[in-house]
Design a protein around this ligand. Structure first.
Ligand SMILES: *Cc1c(COP(=O)(O)O)cnc(C)c1O
Ligand SMILES: [Zn+2]
Length: 426
C-alpha cells in the first residue's frame, strides 16, 4: 500500500514521499506517514487479516507503506506476532483482573526494534539505497544489522562504547561495520546524521527516519487482534477488534510510544476499533526528559544528563519527544518515572511470576505498572497491556545485579545438604 505522503508533526505541512526523506524541510519536525484509509478500507477488513497464515508483521502488509520486501523464510519475515498472554500470578499480585504481557524479547534479534528495522530495510530496498546506517544504544543496531544480514544489505552501526557486550556481539556476528564511539548515544546519533549525509547512507536513526514508526505501529495492531482472538469480538460489530484500556511501555527516544499511537490511530480511523487505549509512558528517573516536560505541562523537551541502568532508554535528548508527549496527551494517558532499583526488582518479578526474562528497559514498563497499581491509577477490571521490549539475555550483568550470584559448593551430598539447610529447603 503506497502512502499518500508525509505530514509534519510540528507545522502540519504535507509533503509527497519524494519531497522529503527524513524530517520536515522547514522546521526539522518529525514526519508522520499519511495513509490512504479509504483505499485500505476498500481492500481489506479485519477478518481478511485474521485469516492470514503469515504470523509476522507482514500479515499487516495492506496497512504498511512499503512494498513486500520478499526474503521469504528469513528472519526478516519472522519479526512480530510475539506472544501476548495473561500472567495469572502477576495479575493476583497486582490485584488486576485483566493483565496482559506482550513479550517482544521474542523477536529474531530479541528486541522490539526488529519491527522498525524490518520496515526500514524494506524501504531501503524500495528506494534502491546501498548501505543502511543507524546510531543505537544497542538494540536498534542489532535489529538493523540482523535484518540487513537477512536481506544481504551492508549496514553501518554507531553505538556508545558502553553498550552491553551481548548487543555489541550481535552487531559483529551479523556482519555490520561496527563503530563504537567514546561518547554518549546522543553523540553517536549526531555523528550518524553527519556521516549518512557525507557518505550517502540511508539513515535509520530513531526519531528521524519516518519509517521506524510504521514498523513499530504493528505492535498496536497485534495487541488488538490478539486481544480479540483471546476474548472474542466486541459486541457491537462482528468484524471489529478489541482495544485494551491502557498500554504501559518504556520510553527513551519516544519512538515506540509514537508507533503505538500511530497503530491504534490507524485502526480507529479505519473503524476497526472503537477507541484508543490510554498510553502510559514509563521512563527511568535517571533519563526522564519526556516525563519532566509532561509533568511541567511544557511544549518543549529539555535535555537531561542521562544516567540509568536501563541503557536502551538512556537518552539525553529524546529524538521523538514531542510526538511522545502527543501520544500520551491525545489518549488521556500518563507519564511515570521509576528508579533503577524498581527496574531491577521488576526484572526479578517478571522472571519469577511470569517466566519472562527482560532487560532493564524491557522491565521498566512493568515497574511503572507496579507503581501505578499501588497508587490506584489503574482500575482492577481494566484491560491492561504491558509491553516487554527486550530480552534479558541482552544484558546479563544487569540481570545478575538483580538476581544476585549463585553459590558454589563442593560436589558432595554433605555440602549440598549444608547449603539446603542454610536456605531453609530441608
Ligand atoms: C529502544 C528501546 C526502548 C525505548 O524505545 P524508544 O523509542 O527509544 O522510546 C525500550 N526498551 C527497549 C528494550 C529498547 O530497545
Ligand atoms: Zn514542519
Amino acid at each position: 500500500m503506497k502512502a499518500l505522503g508525509y505530514r509534519c508533526s510540528v507545522c502540519g505541512d504535507e509533503y509527497d514521499l519524494d519531497q522529503a526523506t527524513y524530517t520536515c524541510p522547514t522546521d526539522g519536525g518529525n514526519l508522520d506517514v499519511v495513509l490512504d484509509y479509504s483505499a485500505i478500507s476498500a481492500k481489506v477488513a479485519p477478518h481478511n487479516i485474521t485469516a492470514s497464515n503469515d504470523f509476522s508483521i507482514w500479515r499487516y502488509a495492506p496497512l504498511l507503506p512499503v512494498e513486500d520486501p520478499g526474503f521469504v523464510g528469513t528472519p526478516l519475515r519472522s519479526v512480530g506476532w510475539t506472544p501476548m498472554f495473561s500472567p495469572g500470578r502477576l495479575s493476583q499480585r497486582l490485584g488486576l483482573e485483566n493483565l496482559w504481557l506482550k513479550d517482544d524479547g521474542r523477536n529474531p534479534t530479541a528486541s522490539f526494534k526488529d519491527r522498525a528495522s524490518a520496515v526500514v530495510v524494506a524501504r531501503a530496498k524500495e528506494i534502491g539505497a546501498e548501505t543502511v546506517a543507524t546510531a543505537s544504544t544497542g538494540n536498534a543496531g542489532a535489529a538493523l544489522a540482523g535484518m540487513a544480514a537477512a536481506a544481504g544489505q551492508p549496514a553501518v552501526i554507531l553505538a556508545p562504547k558502553s553498550a552491553p557486550p551481548a548487543k555489541v556481539a550481535q552487531l559483529l556476528i551479523f556482519g555490520a561495520l561496527v563503530i563504537l564511539v567514546d561518547g554518549t548515544y546522543d553523540q553517536a546519533f549526531d555523528l550518524t546524521l553527519e556521516a549518512s549525509e557525507a557518505f550517502g547512507w540511508y539513515c535509520r536513526n530513531t526519531g528521524y527516519n519516518p519509517f521506524t514508526v510504521e514498523g513499530k505501529k504493528t505492535a498496536a495492531y497485534e495487541i488488538c487482534e490478539q486481544l480479540t482472538l483471546s476474548l472474542g469480538h466486541p459486541n457491537r460489530k462482528a468484524d471489529q477488534w478489541r482495544s485494551p484500556d491502557s498500554v504501559f511501555v518504556s520510553v527513551g527516544d519516544g519512538n515506540i510510544i509514537t508507533g503505538l499511537h500511530k497503530g491504534f490511530s490507524d485502526l480507529a480511523a479505519l473503524g476497526w476499533i472503537d477507541r484508543l487505549p490510554r498510553l502510559i509512558g514509563v521512563q527511568s528517573e535517571g533519563s526522564a526528559a519526556v516525563y519532566n516536560a509532561f509533568r511541567a505541562g511544557e511544549k518543549t523537551i529539555r535535555p537531561v544528563r542521562a544516567d540509568t541502568i536501563a541503557d536502551s532508554i538512556s537518552v539525553d535528548l529524546p529524538r521523538d519527544g514531542l510526538r511522545a508527549l502527543r501520544a500520551v496527551r491525545d489518549t488521556g494517558g500518563e507519564y511515570l518515572a521509576v528508579t533503577d532499583d524498581e527496574i531491577l526488582a521488576a526484572i526479578v518479578t517478571l522472571g519469577r511470576e511470569a517466566a519472562v526474562f527482560a532487560e532493564p528497559a524491557g522491565a521498566a514498563a512493568y515497574a511503572g505498572l507496579a507503581k501505578a497499581a499501588a497508587a490506584d491509577l489503574v482500575r482492577p477490571e481494566e484491560q491492561v497491556v504491558v509491553l516487554v521490549t527486550g530480552s534479558g539475555l541482552k544484558d546479563v550483568r544487569a540481570a545478575m545485579q538483580a538476581a544476585g550470584q549463585a553459590v558454589v559448593i563442593e560436589p558432595t551430598l554433605e555440602a549440598l545438604h549444608r547449603e539446603l539447610k542454610r536456605v531453609g529447603k530441608v
